[in-house]
Design a protein around this ligand. Structure first.
Ligand code: HEM
Length: 418
């Protein structure tokens, strides 16, 4: 199925239409238009260029400060990571960050994180048994998801109004401005039928970027810390590499990526072993498809099992072992550098592949690199109970999340002086 998806991606690029706006849960012409515009806006804002770097670097510094302030107390690393990762998205989309004491922002960030659990169960079940979408009530937590949607609508509404009232089409400041500029251009077109840019589309798109971009990234970082507790030798190797190349003071930057290959390999291994989006997003066939003698009718739901690829022992030896060095072909060279993954030539596709490949791959890679290396540079992470490392069995939603765990955090400068 993997090779089929690559060669004939278009045939599997559909979605059983559920919500009709945005990109993730839509199909056809509307999906194509919104996706193209979203990709263009993200590119214009500097995927791989300076502006994202600034938001990510600033937020990584705040992440380190927040952990610093909490090394003595028991720390909820998950909440802090969710807030910092969300704030990078806020910078990109709204051109501003929010205080970690802002109640509305905290609620929105926490809701997205919770929804990833419910939407996973709901969308997988609804794709297999479409009649379930018509059931009322709490079975699939649709009521909770709708309540969360109302909170997001209010948050979005204020930002939309302030952007619209201060928009200067010649100087777009962020994703929202770029979309509004496109919307204005389109409103002057004579053929109204063609116009698919709207306030609601933008709201759905922004929701998709937060929904798809926050939980995946913060969860990968949390898994990385959990694995480093289990594999202290890997943690020390990463730290040694960072200390040798950067020292303890200079913050990591994206230019350091090729100089600290073991750290980059550790991120790749985390993406492989944990598979945070194990079933990607449900697809659907766009026409009748014939596969290994079976006819798959048009609009059938297709789930891509990425987990089965990353844990296939024919592809990855000792697939159950956390071993970053499998991604190195020499001590100084990464086999599948982060920016070459998800190409049709590898079997390592944590961001999926083909027509519906993740649109946030590049920004996710940057955040993973800067956030993780900054944390490893400044802190040593130890199991809270030295005799017992926390469980590695996670929970399956649309994102595969680690169990709750406590961690003891020691400042590297204190480790050194002990
Ligand atoms: C570690 C981080 C991430 C992982 C592992 C990840 C993985 C994925 C996967 C597996 C898909 C499904 C592709 C498919 O349907 O075949 C996807 C879709 C998507 N991702 Fe990501 N993602 C990550 C971060 C992000 C970020 C930061 C953003 C936003 C900037 C983002 C935005 C999206 C969107 C909008 C889609 C839907 C694309 C479409 O349906 O056309 N993701 N992602």
């Amino acid at each position: 199925m993997g090779s089929q998806l690559l060669v004939t991606a278009q045939l599997y690029a559909g979605q059983n239409k559920r919500w009709g706006e945005g990109v993730i849960f839509t199909s056809g012409a509307s999906w194509k238009k919104q996706r193209k515009l979203a990709v263009n806006c993200l590119q214009e804002l500097g995927f791989g260029r300076s502006s994202f770097k600034v938001y990510i670097a600033d937020e990584a510094k705040i992440l380190i400060e927040l952990i610093e302030q909490n090394t003595e107390a028991s720390l909820n690393l998950k909440d802090i990571l969710v807030m910092c990762v969300s704030n990078v998205m806020c910078g990109i989309v709204f051109g501003r960050r929010f205080s970690h004491e802002d109640k509305q922002f905290l609620e929105v960030a926490a809701n997205f994180s919770e929804d990833a659990k419910y939407i996973g169960h709901a969308s997988i079940l609804m794709n297999c048994f479409p009649f379930l979408q018509y059931l009322p009530g709490y079975l699939l937590r649709t009521k909770t998801i709708l309540e969360h949607k109302n909170v997001f609508d209010k948050f979005y509404e204020d930002l939309y109004e302030s952007h619209q009232s201060t928009l200067d089409v010649n100087y777009p400041r962020d994703f929202m401005d770029l979309y509004l500029t496109e919307m204005e251009k389109n409103s002057t077109l004579p053929d109204k039928e063609e116009i698919t840019y709207s306030k609601n589309q933008l709201k759905a798109l922004v929701g998709d970027l937060f929904g798809a971009g926050t939980e995946t990234t913060s969860t990968t970082l949390l898994w990385a810390i959990l694995y480093l507790l289990h594999y202290p030798d890997v943690q020390e190797k990463c730290f040694d590499e960072i200390q040798t190349v950067l020292g303890l003071e200079r913050f990591p930057s994206l230019d350091d990526r090729s100089h600290i290959p073991y750290c980059e390999a550790t991120i790749l291994e985390t993406l492989r072993i944990t598979v945070v989006a194990p079933l990607a997003v449900p697809h659907a066939t766009t026409i009748d498809v014939y596969f290994r003698g079976f006819r798959i009718p048009k609009e059938s739901s297709i789930l891509i099992n990425l987990d089965s690829i990353f844990h296939d022992s024919d592809i990855f030896n000792d697939q159950g072992v956390f071993s970053p060095k499998r991604f190195l072909d020499s001590p100084h060279h990464v086999k599948f550098p982060l920016d070459a993954i998800s190409s049709p030539y590898t079997t390592f596709i944590p961001f999926s592949c083909g027509t519906r490949v993740c649109i946030g791959e590049k920004v996710a890679q940057m955040k993973l690199f800067i956030f993780l290396t900054s944390m490893i540079q400044k802190f040593q992470f130890l199991p809270f109970d030295p005799c017992h490392s926390p469980d590695l069995e996670g929970n399956l939603g649309i994102v595969y999340t680690p169990p709750c765990f406590q961690v003891q955090i020691v400042r590297r400068q204190d480790v050194k002086s002990n």
